[in-house]
Ligand binder design. Structure first.
Ligand code: NDP
Length: 277
């Protein structure tokens, strides 16, 4: 039976380190959060970010532009926050109004204040093994994996999902640790090859958003399984991996909820302190 890789205890440990770093700064670092939505999920997420920030001695400054803001309103605010020396980091809350393209807008954030790690300059640094601001979910998955004590050198690692916020940055971080990294995506599934890749994974990381995509019986005996997926099924939150069967075969597995999720906001705060430094 697998040991659980839980996010909360690790998040608590990292929060202690963040508090330490905040004290060393001798001032409260400031996180500017841009909101252009009244989506209840987003509002709950903002509330949780604020609570976490304040518990760590970080000032959380919310800029609510309203859900009808135009692109110019958003870019103007970003420019203002870029120039404001009192602001250490900027986050744009999702979703944005339908007419606004997040990918385009996020590039206006100055790379040094890009605490979501999505600016091309920061993504580029991952390629060179010099990343300071890493996309939070990829960083959270990596921290959980490392906490298992695994030596990634030469390991067969399979990442399922190649999104810009999780799968792609994660695959680069894994390569940097000399893992033999395979990235699977929709093309792999359509070619009928997902099962064969998953079956040989010593480490499996799944970030797709499809409940039951990874069959429990595919998990290699002793594998480490990091399930990033979040899916609502009949009022329950589940991941992308069939947990009950996978748990019997894996050596370590993340629960969903309670695995990667609780670490993500902590990673955002760690990036903020990094940006403040
Ligand atoms: P995206 O939708 O951006 O990416 C999903 C990826 O999965 C894409 O690369 C997609 O390929 C691929 N994919 C889709 N269907 C299949 C399939 N049948 N077989 C193999 N690959 C497939 O999602 P995100 O990366 O943003 O998020 C992934 C999951 O992680 C979601 O469930 C999300 O809720 C969760 N998440 C969890 C977080 C946390 O804090 N725990 C934070 C962020 C996300 P293609 O695009 O080519 O179709």
């Amino acid at each position: 039976m697998a040991r659980l890789l839980e996010g909360k205890p690790l998040a608590e440990k990292i929060k202690e380190e963040i508090k330490h770093d905040v004290l060393a700064l001798k001032r409260a670092p400031v996180l500017a959060s841009i909101q252009a939505t009244d989506n209840p999920g987003a509002l709950a997420y903002i509330k949780s970010q604020k609570k976490t920030a304040e518990s760590l001695g970080i000032e959380y400054q919310l800029h609510d532009l309203g859900k009808d803001v135009a692109e110019e309103g958003l870019t103007e605010l970003i420019q203002k926050l870029n120039q404001d020396k009192a602001i250490d980091g900027i986050i744009i809350q999702m979703p944005l109004p339908a007419a606004i393209d997040y990918k385009k807008i996020s590039q206006y954030i100055s790379p040094g204040k890009d605490i979501e790690g999505m600016h091309p300059a920061n993504i580029g640094k991952i390629l060179f093994g010099k990343a300071k601001l890493v996309p939070c979910t990829a960083a959270a998955a990596m921290e959980l994996l490392i906490s298992s004590g695994v030596d990634l050198y030469g390991r067969e690692v399979v990442v399922v999902g190649h999104s810009e916020i999780v799968g792609k940055p994660l695959s680069l971080l894994l390569l940097d640790r000399f893992a033999t990294t395979t990235v699977c995506h929709i093309g792999t599934s359509k070619a009928g090859k997902l099962e064969e890749h998953v079956k040989r994974a010593e480490v499996l990381i799944v970030a797709v958003g499809k409940a039951g995509l990874i069959k429990g019986e595919w998990i290699k005996e002793g594998a480490i399984v990091i399930d990033v997926g979040i899916n609502r099924v009949a009022d329950k939150i589940v991941g992308d991996v069939e947990f009950e069967e996978a748990e019997k075969r894996a050596s370590f597995i993340t629960p969903v909820p309670g695995g990667v999720g609780p670490l993500t906001v902590t990673m955002l705060m760690r990036n903020l302190v990094q940006a403040a430094k």
